[in-house]
Design a protein around this ligand. Structure first.
Ligand SMILES: Cc1cc2nc3c(=O)[nH]c(=O)nc-3n(C[C@H](O)[C@H](O)[C@H](O)COP(=O)(O)OP(=O)(O)OC[C@H]3O[C@@H](n4cnc5c(N)ncnc54)[C@H](O)[C@@H]3O)c2cc1C
Length: 543
């Protein structure tokens, strides 16, 4: 097998506590340096919270796991200053094609609309993604204390903090934390330590991953085949990754023997049948995976907060695993930062459950439906699936029923206690609870993006009718929680294309309150400071 990637080996440094014998106390400790834990560290640091990250390993994700990263996760990483290297290295795509046999039955475009800074998706090997996140974390200096080969082996969670026992190559030590974010993956030790349940469905289906290095003429699109001639009765998925590495997933069925299926003498003929006898390729990675769709009942357990695979798991169809874990952190970090700063009450963290548990259910529902369509579990489901595929060849309505994976989208927090319901009539999608859509704008004549100016703090997005900003609005910038005013049509900020105004139905005088995670909290047709105050206090959990 051809190994195109050199795994970095990050240095283990003996923690001070091993020398002093004294337990340190830290405001925030993240357990796990996967994509979710590293994002948590970066987001907390961006909010000024120093953070310790403990990981039992000293490298990035080994082997082939996540490939596809969605626009929303890229927007979060862009806010945290690390999307650039991901975009540079990753493969951008937005079109998916679904074939039955060799016939195209359905095609989708995940971002038909122009005027967004981030693409619909990039494909990038998980090891590259994590390496970028580690580089960014290391660039934060003392704000992020990354401790490799530090394995959490026990914890004591109380009302006033959490005591962690951490094992290292030099022996164990004790670390005290005000708050712990558990990002220690699907087999979460932390979840096991508190005996929390993890309920849902484990699937019997097995899939083979074959990552091959080849120069191929396939377009950079997601291609999915039902029942292709080169793999009869099963499905196949093809994605291009960085460095001319192609991910091919072969459905194997329930009774496949994983050890047999991984043997090159089994894998190579499958690949040749698909790619043609003459196509030259090298195998980079082969593995067989199974999956489950399940979640913890709740993600907050006192001062322990669960995120990513530790909190919920999905099937890979739809690329909702890492993508949704990053959105957990987007939701959680600003809340924890405000609670740590004493500017929001502890109960703000309950809204993490209120918002992210329904989002996990949305992801689980979507990925379970895709799995059921791809691998029907009963004769009736198979008959439905085959009928949908038959009809889709000729009838538009049936194409929507074809489900080879509904790709990751952010779930709106429609019923969130942090939202202020509309009092006025608005057009468009930017309702309270929705992620703010990006749009172009100009600042002092230079081209820019709305999302570059949102996030990190609350933003009052104001569509100025007269080039001015009311003093009552500016006064919010003195609030105990960080607030900034972004006035379109004032102070050099303009919307020459009109796209921003159209996406936000931004009639003159319109005001949006946008949260630090770039979600809409409230919107008004004019500035009434009393109503803005109530909306801000509601969004911070202060009411
Ligand atoms: C085949 C496959 C394809 C996938 N494709 C996609 C995709 O295209 N897009 C997508 O978004 N997702 C995808 N996923 C899912 C994605 O890989 C996971 O959702 C993601 O890795 C979860 O990140 P995490 O940080 O929560 O956990 P992990 O990545 O599992 O990281 C957990 C970390 O915690 C550490 N750890 C564990 N226990 C301890 C302990 N006791 N003490 C200290 N450290 C500990 C581990 O070493 C590890 O570094 C795919 C998964 C698979 C298997």
């Amino acid at each position: 097998m051809l190994n195109t990637y050199q795994y970095p080996q990050y240095a283990y440094v003996p923690p001070d506590a091993l020398k002093t014998g004294r337990a340190e106390r830290r405001p925030a400790v993240v357990v796990g340096a996967g994509p979710v834990g590293l994002t948590a560290a970066l987001d907390l640091a961006a909010h000024g919270v120093p953070v310790v990250v403990l990981d039992d390993n000293n490298t990035v994700s080994v082997g082939s796991r996540a490939v596809c990263y969605a626009k929303r996760a890229l927007e979060v990483w862009d806010r945290l200053g690390c999307a650039g290297p991901m975009l540079d290295r990753g493969v951008r795509w937005q079109v998916g094609k679904v074939f039955r046999d060799e016939q195209l039955v359905y095609q989708f475009d995940l971002l038909p609309e122009r005027h967004h800074k981030m693409p619909a998706f990039i494909n990038l090997q998980q090891y590259y993604l994590e390496e970028t996140l580690v580089d960014r974390a290391l660039a934060q200096g003392n704000q992020i204390d990354l401790r490799w080969k530090n394995r959490v082996t026990a914890l004591d969670s109380r009302d006033d903090g959490v005591t962690l026992t951490v094992d290292t190559p030099d022996g164990p030590y004790t670390l005290e934390a005000d708050w712990v974010i558990a990002c220690d993956g699907a087999r979460s030790d932390i979840r096991g330590m508190i005996g929390a349940s993890f309920e849902g469905q484990a699937f019997q289906d097995r899939f083979l991953i074959a990552d091959v290095v080849m120069k191929a003429g396939f377009p950079t699109e997601r291609w999915f085949w039902f029942d292709p001639p080169f793999h009869r009765g099963q499905s196949v998925l093809l994605h291009k990754q960085a460095d001319d590495v192609w991910r091919i997933d072969f459905q194997l069925g329930w009774d496949a023997d994983p050890e047999e299926e991984k043997k090159p003498e089994k894998v190579i003929p499958r690949l040749k049948a698909m790619l043609g006898e003459d196509t030259e390729f090298d195998l980079e990675w082969v593995s067989v995976y199974q999956f489950a769709c399940r979640r913890m009942e709740r993600f907050r357990h006192g001062r322990l907060l669960f995120a990513g695979d530790a909190a919920h798991q999905v099937s890979p169809f739809g690329a909702r695993g890492a993508n949704s874990g990053v959105q957990d952190i987007d939701n959680l970090a600003w809340k924890l930062a405000l609670v740590l700063a004493g500017t929001a009450p502890d109960r703000l963290l309950d809204s993490y459950d209120a918002e992210r548990v329904p989002a996990a259910d949305d992801n689980i529902r979507n990925s379970t439906r895709s799995t059921d369509f791809i691998t029907p579990k009963s004769p009736i489901s198979r008959a439905f699936r085959d009928a949908a595929l038959d009809l889709a060849e000729h009838h538009g309505f049936a194409r929507r029923l074809v489900n080879s994976g509904r790709l990751s989208l952010p779930t709106p927090y429609a019923g969130s206690p942090l939202n202020t319901p509309d009092r006025d009539a608005f057009q468009g999608a930017m309702a309270p609870g929705c992620p703010a859509a990006d749009a172009p704008l100009t600042v002092d004549g230079r081209e820019d993006w709305l999302l570059n100016h949102l996030g990190g703090c609350f933003t009052l997005l104001y569509f100025s009718p007269d080039g001015g900003v009311p003093a009552t609005l500016r006064a919010f910038e003195q609030d105990a929680v960080p607030v900034s005013v972004l006035a379109v049509g004032a102070g050099g900020c303009a919307d020459p294309s009109g796209v921003l105004t159209q996406r936000y139905d931004g009639r003159p005088g319109t005001l949006y309150l946008i949260r630090p995670d770039q979600y809409v909290a409230a919107r008004f047709r004019d500035v009434d400071p009393r109503l803005v105050r109530i909306a801000l206090d509601t969004a911070c959990g202060r009411l």
